[in-house]
Ligand binder design. Sequence first.
Ligand code: NAI
Length: 274
Amino acid sequence: MREVAGKTAFVTGGASGIGFALGRAFAEAGMNVMLADIETDALTAAVRSLRDFGPKVRSVACDVADPVSVERAAAAAYAAFGNVHVVCNNAGVAAGSGIDVISLDTWRWVLDVNLMGVLHGIRTFLPHIRAHGEGGHIVNTASMAGMLAAGMGFSPYAASKFAVVAMSEGLAAELQPLGIGVTALCPGYVRTRIAEAARNRPPRYGEHVGSPLGSRVAELVRTGIDPREVAARVLDAVRNDEHYAFTHAEYRDSLKERFQAILTAYDKLDGAAL
Ligand code: NAI
């Protein structure tokens, strides 16, 4: 979508971190922006800090784990701005590790937000974007943890992010003929509040059991890149219709190693009777 000025973006997880930076970058590019988030106080503060953009930046409460809530938030965006063109399915949470130690409720929480939340955004907005025919772009926030699981140590998170990458790749192929772009956003560590994700854990998922995210991860996040760098990369990816948006150059060797290991295993088929 070369021309974004005058178009409308809907960003989940828009009250903090990457989502907030995306909202600001879109507003600076001349777009209308609807920030959607489960944390309403943070949403109010986010809109206040973007007040220079006036009524072009608004907010709506939304729990992406709940499809009805996403539908309602979409209706608020249509009422405020008319058609929506760019949808960032960005809200996400992380929890501690130990595949057999953490509770099933923790698995459900992470998958409900990080995977089903993305799906709910796609199912809600895609028919609308197809119908208005003005072009569109869907950005799904995955992670380098959706490319490299080894050593990450928090299994539901990596599982959800691998799934988001797979879903985005499939969707990109499906929507290419319609001129609707899809980007899987795969950042490394970014300076946000992700290490405090438990602040938004609804009581229905119970208490966290197992190890917490850990001080090492918190430190990596604290020293991560500025979310504004991520937002600039995303804006570029939207304008140039890119399927992947990476933000950290240092993972190249690890990616190569993973892909090479897969190819080496695959090449054992050589000479085998198929
Ligand atoms: P953050 O914690 O600063 O922002 C996440 C936002 O999502 C918060 O405003 C939170 O209230 C919202 N949220 C949580 N549950 C929600 C729900 N059920 N419905 C709606 N909103 C909800 O964290 P950050 O880092 O900005 O996270 C954004 C995305 O970036 C996530 O998908 C995360 O997995 C991803 N990511 C973050 C990285 C990092 O190092 N910070 C690295 C790679 C990916």
